[in-house]
Design a protein around this ligand. Sequence first.
Ligand code: C2O
Ligand code: CU
Ligand code: CU
Length: 493
Amino acid sequence: MKKYLNIIVAGLVIVLVGYFLFFVQGPGMFRTSPNLPMNPMNESGNNTYNQSNKVNESSLPIPPMLEDINPDPNKAEFQITAQNATKEFVPGVKTETMGYNGDYLGPVLRVRNGEEVSVKVKNNLEDEITTIHWHGLEVDGEDDGGPHSGIQPGKSWTPEFTIEQSAATLWYHPHPEQNTGRQVYKGLAGLFFIEDEVSDHLEVPKDYGVNDVPLIIQDKRFNEDGSFQYDLGMHDVMQGLQGDTLLVNGAIDPYLEVPKGMMRLRILNGSNASVYELGFDNNQIFYQIASDGGFLEKPIEMDELKLGSAERAEILVDFSDYNNGDIVQMSNQGLEFMKFIVNGESENQFKIPDQLASIEKIDLEDAVRTREFVFQGMGPGVNINGKQMDINRIDELVNLHETEIWEISNESGMGMMGGIAHPFHAHGVQFQIIDRDGNPPPPNETGWKDTFLVYPGEKVRAIATFNHSGVFMYHCHILEHEDAGMMGQFKVD
Ligand code: C2O
Ligand code: CU
Ligand code: CU
């Protein structure tokens, strides 16, 4: 197996060198308008914001809250249907998409800690298997929605589980074997909110769609006819699919009217592969209040937020010092992709809280072992510990309720262009990051994490207690790497 991988890598090195001689891809490849005839780009190929782009301007779509059809306050029951659809991202141009209960993305499922939840998931996709995975949710393997829980076309799957974790912004997406990247790219993804006593009592905005707004950020490539381009070229196999057009909640270059007050933004990097570096055009300061698995202990002041694929962050942005009509733009790597237009007074006067939640630090002494995971290889040879995903093989056995340290190193593509960052993710569990190359993690990584970037050459140690049984996945969340086999299985029992 190792020999085989080495041959693949050697072949790739040759192809790659040639490839990179011809295509130099730097940062700043994102535009806010797709490469369609109706959106002329300037000579240099960069996006300039001008009248011709206005054709795309639309107000930010807010994903609907899914109705809980169980009247019992301690139980929640939802229905989700995965389906094919078409959507006009650019007026007059139809794109074939997939959506949950709609044409693109899906509704928000909102549940409470302690609640018993059942979700009936129907697969109405034409001729393809799908699954629905609750990313970040601590449930048993049989309810987790990984590749073992395939739903045949026309069939349904109804997982039932009890919520046993604190308030957080999680998400759901398909996870079929070797077809996750394409299905997510086509639009299958949605948010999953958990609320609890802490989130009830915190003095932060919580009026959904008004001052508590989700931003699902994704990047896409469009073909000339408006269709999504998902033919993986060499660059996509290497780096994962990186688009040139950013979407927020499925809209290109949207705007959101905000009152002069505090806004809470729940941000998901819903891209297949890209790392975003988010900020505002005027360097407006903001505060991160939550990471993947819930609230941080204290708000973290920042002017740039880095998020790898699948990572979430909740931030507070104070618009109270602006005037009506002021426009603040959100940017990725300095390129603007969304506008906040200040308009009207806020009904509430929120301040940045001093304290958010208390997070009990897992004691390193509680760890019964350290398990090592090494990202290796590149392109079609990407693997973990020298192995590619095999659904018939369990790679790691973990004892139920034990605490372990997981040490993830990135040796993938080393020596080649410095390698790339891989976002590590494991199912059914939330981690606390111990250190990055022996140094404490940045303040915004001191809370619960289910996904974290591991930079080239880096070693990240994280600790978790495995309280749910079953078979779970660990993998790189660059979906093209996951589909290529940069994934393994651990069994907890
Ligand atoms: Cu976001 Cu294996 O998943
Ligand atoms: Cu997951
Ligand atoms: Cu990867």
